[in-house]
Design a protein around this ligand. Structure first.
Ligand SMILES: [Fe+2]
Length: 305
């Protein structure tokens, strides 16, 4: 099986107009028109793909699902067969859902921790220019978006079971680290995993049972330090909570900071993420703090188990 890249994110919000403002005026994404069948949904474009983020109106603030692109119809059918062989409940996307997402086939399922995945193949490129309202020249997603939109970190209470699911689905290991948990006095593991592209990780599984908004953080990458600094300035002007100060991660070398989104989870905004050659890479274990410098986190209150 071959999970190619992180294709899209669908987010539910009680007030998508807050995301419209945040996406266009803080992150610098381009708002685009979505399908007429999805009235009230706010779409953001970041590269040659028609859209990468869909903010759907609803009653909660949460990540609804991550869309994972498979490289071909045969990879998609292999993944479908594997999920069915594991007796994992799946739901095929309707014709309308496939049209809304601009994909050929779609299958929805949940990982063992309850995070929803939408697997698909056949996502198209519209090649319409991404014109950032803030003058961000482009977002770093690789040639024709081949690196995917960025990465996301998901809560995974039963870390090893969830990790095995992603391994068997087709992700590869990148790095493992443990971070202190001030509430338990222990440490929580994080499994960083890559898809079939050179981005250091497309998903990371954080061994905690739950997280506000169902997502620990997402990351989008911009080309330069100045793009990151300008965003940090906008965040300061708007008094948006800085979830983590500026720093450089040791595993993906991303120079970044984290801000709170309107849906209560964090968005990492970074540059200079390293590109990997997986054929010559050995998965690593980070025993230090996960950053060369910076990245002082101010975590939100955790919900009770
Ligand atoms: Fe990150």
């Amino acid at each position: 099986m071959n999970i190619h890249s992180l294709g899209y994110a669908r987010i539910e919000s009680a007030d998508p107009s807050r995301w419209r403002d945040f996406g266009t005026q803080v992150l610098g994404l381009m708002e685009v028109q979505g399908p007429a069948s999805e009235q009230g949904t706010v779409y953001f474009k970041m590269d040659e793909r028609p859209w990468r983020f869909a903010i759907c109106p609803g009653s909660e603030e949460r990540l609804v699902c991550a869309g994972w692109e498979l490289g071909s119809a045969s990879d998609f059918h292999d993944a479908t067969a594997w999920l069915k062989g594991q007796s994992i409940a799946t739901q095929s996307g309707s014709t309308e859902e496939c049209q809304e997402r601009g994909v050929r086939e779609l299958l929805r399922c949940q990982d063992p921790a309850g995070n929803t995945l939408e697997l698909y193949w056949g996502g198209g490129l519209d090649f319409a220019p991404m014109i950032s309202p803030l003058g961000v020249s482009h977002f770093v997603t690789g040639d024709e978006g081949s690196l995917g939109l960025g990465h996301l970190v998901l809560p995974a209470g039963d870390l090893e079971v969830t990790h095995r699911f992603y391994r068997e689905l087709g992700f590869g290991d990148s790095d493992y680290m443990e971070v202190p948990n001030p509430q338990t006095g222990g440490a929580d593991g994080i499994r960083f995993m890559h898809a079939d592209n050179a981005r250091h990780h497309s998903v990371a599984l954080y061994g905690v049972p739950a997280w506000p908004g169902g997502c620990v953080h997402m990351m989008v990458e911009v080309p330069t330090v100045d793009d990151v600094g300008r965003c940090l300035e906008r965040v300061g002007e708007r008094d948006i909570h800085v979830f983590s100060t500026l720093g450089r991660h040791s595993n993906d070398r991303m120079l970044s900071f984290y801000m709170m989104t309107p849906s209560g989870f964090a968005m990492e905004y970074g540059c200079q993420g390293r590109l990997m050659d997986w054929d010559s890479y050995q998965p690593s274990i980070t025993t230090g703090r996960g950053s060369f410098w910076g990245h002082a986190f101010q975590m939100p209150e955790m919900p009770a188990d």
